[in-house]
Design a protein around this ligand. Sequence first.
Ligand SMILES: Nc1ncnc2c1ncn2[C@@H]1O[C@H](COP(=O)(O)OP(=O)(O)OP(=O)(O)O)[C@@H](O)[C@H]1O
Ligand SMILES: [Mg+2]
Length: 286
Amino acid sequence: MPVVAVINRKGGSGKSTLATQLAGCLANRGSQVMLGDVDRQQSSLAWLRRRGAQSAPVAAIVGSAIGTQSVVRPPAGITHVVLDTPGGLQGYDLARIAMTADAILMPVSDSVFDRESAVHCHAELMTLPRVASGRCKVAVVGMRLDARTKGAARMQEWAEQNGLVYAGSLRESQVYTRCAEQGLSLFDVPAAKVEADLAQWRPIAGWLDETWAAAQRQEATSKAAIPVSAPSISPHARRRTLVRAPLPVPVSKAGPASEFRTGRDAARPPRAQRFGWLFTVFRAWA
Ligand SMILES: Nc1ncnc2c1ncn2[C@@H]1O[C@H](COP(=O)(O)OP(=O)(O)OP(=O)(O)O)[C@@H](O)[C@H]1O
Ligand SMILES: [Mg+2]
């Protein structure tokens, strides 16, 4: 199932705006969308509640609060997942999100602080096997760019210089603020009113479609591939068992914890457990 995560460590970079708009875009295309909010602030879920209070019918989006540690489990019928994430995401939490996503969009404003932060975040993402191998693709969206300046061109140039894919730019517009207040997206309002902004979304949506189509092709190819490991198992091959290192023994098992026991005694496991690994090695070669 196509999953896109909106990530940027910088607070206020436009993650929730991009995630909610993206969810609105996909839902208005007829996709069954789940908007997962990984951020404790739950801006996206609050947006969904305002959306639910709309009197006029709007395309349905399912909301879900997701912890950085939890597994993303979309309900039955969901075809697309959009994840809104908190600022400052890094290390294990960042890796967990990247593991579930096929695409990552990074909203970046035209400021040196935002650009620097985005380069660091991208560098960390590239250390993750799923991202480095291209199974999860990353692209930047220039956010809140002043339409009267050359901000978009500057951002594109910066992205190219830093080896980042540039999916597109969104201008600074009151439409986004008003939409956020009402739980709406550009795709819910009459197109004639937001034509210029809709045009900016085309390359972004196009990049996502291409990314998801490539992911589907890759999945189909890997399913069709013949497993290479099976023929290499010879019936004459020696039986091997994984050699396990001895497990650390909790201090409490060796006797009641006491401040009078020496550190050496406390750390010393019983004899049978100390030499258990030798038995395992013996089994490996038997
Ligand atoms: N293109 C835009 N035009 C005008 N305002 C925008 C635009 N994008 C974002 N904003 C505004 O910028 C502010 C910050 O955006 P947003 O809440 O989406 O950032 P965030 O990265 O999710 O923040 P946080 O890190 O706190 O979760 C909001 O008030 C939002 O309405
Ligand atoms: Mg947010």
